[in-house]
Ligand binder design. Structure first.
Ligand code: NI
Length: 190
């Protein structure tokens, strides 16, 4: 089932999400629906609050993105297709680097955002076991962006105050539905 995407300005996008049972059928169905919704809206990542569920789940698929980058990165992104359940970042290390980010909840806005290059995290597999892993570069960045969503953080929160002020009008327009998208959006989701 394809869900509409929750628009910027919705209170649910600012809330810290709740843990879920990784073994439940509800979680499995939700993950399937999230992949379907992400592909329908042509995103590389989608977090549960973006479809109106305050749950610690996100899905990613770097492969649509892999054609735009160098060969080495491309291979890394092609295999980066996953659902993450109850993820917890353990640490972020390496240099701070910037890259242009976008977000299905904030259509039409793309800005360079600084993040640390490497992360270590744990998350639960579908049997409920905790697995610790590492990511770096663009796949870490996609993870960090989606992880922010389940912590109630959006990428404009990571912009300079000046940049945010410059984008204020466009952000306001998105929150009231004055924006063109190829996918359905839902406003002011609590
Ligand atoms: Ni996003």
């Amino acid at each position: 089932m394809v869900y509409p995407i929750v628009a910027f300005g919705s209170p649910i996008l600012k809330r810290v999400c709740h843990e879920v049972d990784p073994t439940s059928d509800d979680t499995k169905t939700l993950i399937d629906d999230m992949f379907e919704t992400m592909y329908a809206s042509k995103g590389v990542g989608l977090a549960a609050p973006q479809i109106g569920m305050s749950k610690r789940i996100f899905v990613v698929d770097g492969s649509p993105f892999s054609e735009d980058v160098e060969e080495e990165l491309s291979a890394q992104l092609k295999n980066f297709k996953r659902a993450f359940v109850n993820p917890v970042i353990i640490d972020e290390t390496g240099d701070s680097w910037s890259y242009e980010e976008g977000c299905l909840s904030i259509p039409g806005i793309h800005e360079k955002i600084f993040r640390l290059r490497e992360i270590r995290f744990r998350s639960q597999n579908s049997s409920g076991d905790w697995i610790e892993e590492k990511l770096s570069g663009l796949s870490a960045r996609i993870f960090q962006h989606e992880y922010d969503h389940i912590e109630g953080v959006l990428f404009p929160d990571r912009m300079s105050p000046l940049k945010r002020r410059m984008l204020q009008g466009r952000l306001k327009n998105i929150s009231v539905g004055k924006v063109d998208t190829t996918y359905r959006m839902k406003l002011n989701v609590k």
